[in-house]
Design a protein around this ligand. Structure first.
Ligand code: ATP
Length: 261
């Protein structure tokens, strides 16, 4: 199956001559959930901004459905729903109005909207808050609204930056269930998160960024076996978190990875 998202040899950042991501390459196929992981400042959000077309690549390219943003911005953008790390909302608009706005932008029919809005409001325990203005919502409710805006659109590709921030345990469980369902229905999801113990169970693969470079791209098992081939022993019970610390906490491991990936 062709990847829905391809990041090929992407070098970029905020100013020419000072890239913060370097030759980043990975792909996400339909029906796959991929975790983009790395320490603070590793380049996860920057990579996401390049995927969204908010930053221009200095080298390399990003393809969504095999096409670059430059070959048709409307189709490119319609294929992606993005949930930012911090909620971006209009203070005076209600949750419901944000949902209508998102559905309209993505061409969701009225019938689909009605079905999805009820289901999502129930799932995220937001029924009682649908008609509240954003300025009267808690942080978690704002985050839930952003997630609902993405899920009401049902695009083929989701880019979700730190999805669990501010969510209560019930919200986290609802979100994980829904992302799993989207994946099973064929969506591609790229999730950035520091909550490794949670995403370990849900993501098919992990792309580990360190200082703007991909250290390793693989399953939790491959992250562990990759360490073993570099002489770092991992126990059978080792978790993703253990492998992560071993990769990024040990410069002798990360420095062995060649620059050109
Ligand atoms: N708007 C910006 N202008 C200039 N440099 C930036 C900007 N945003 C981020 N950077 C720099 O780019 C690098 C990568 O940052 P980025 O936000 O992509 O990291 P991250 O992996 O998402 O980190 P975190 O886990 O803290 O969210 C860092 O060195 C950061 O200082």
């Amino acid at each position: 199956m062709n990847p829905l998202l391809e990041v090929n040899q992407l070098t970029g950042g905020y100013s020419i001559g000072r890239p913060v991501v370097h030759q980043v390459t990975f792909a996400v196929k339909p029906g796959e959930m991929v975790g983009l992981i790395g320490l603070n400042g590793a380049g996860k959000s920057t990579t996401m901004k390049h995927i969204l077309g908010l930053l221009d690549p200095q080298q390399g390219q990003v393809l969504v459905n095999g096409k670059q943003l430059s070959s048709g911005a409307e189709a490119y953008r319609a294929a992606i729903a993005y949930v930012p790390e911090s909620p971006l909302m209009y203070d005076a608009l209600t949750v419901y109005e944000h949902l209508v706005w998102s559905a309209t932008a993505y061409g969701v029919t009225e019938q689909q909207f009605e079905e999805r809005v009820d289901e999502l409001a129930k799932l995220f325990h937001m029924e009682a808050h649908l008609h509240k203005a954003a300025q009267h919502l808690s942080k978690g409710m704002k985050q839930k609204t952003m997630l609902m805006c993405a899920f009401i659109a049902r695009p083929p590709l989701y880019i979700i930056d730190e999805p669990f921030l501010g969510l209560d345990p019930l919200g986290i469980r609802s979100l994980l269930q829904y992302m799993k369902r989207m994946k099973e229905e064929g969506a591609a999801l790229l999730i950035s998160s520091h909550i490794l113990s949670t995403i370990e169970q849900y993501c098919d693969r992990f792309v580990l960024l360190h200082h703007g470079k991909v250290l390793i791209d693989g399953t939790s098992q491959q992250l562990k076996s990759g360490l073993e081939t570099r002489g770092v022993a991992m126990s059978e019970q080792a978790r993703l978190e253990d492998a992560f610390y071993a990769w990024v906490g040990d410069d002798s491991v990360s420095s062995e990875v060649p620059d050109e990936r």
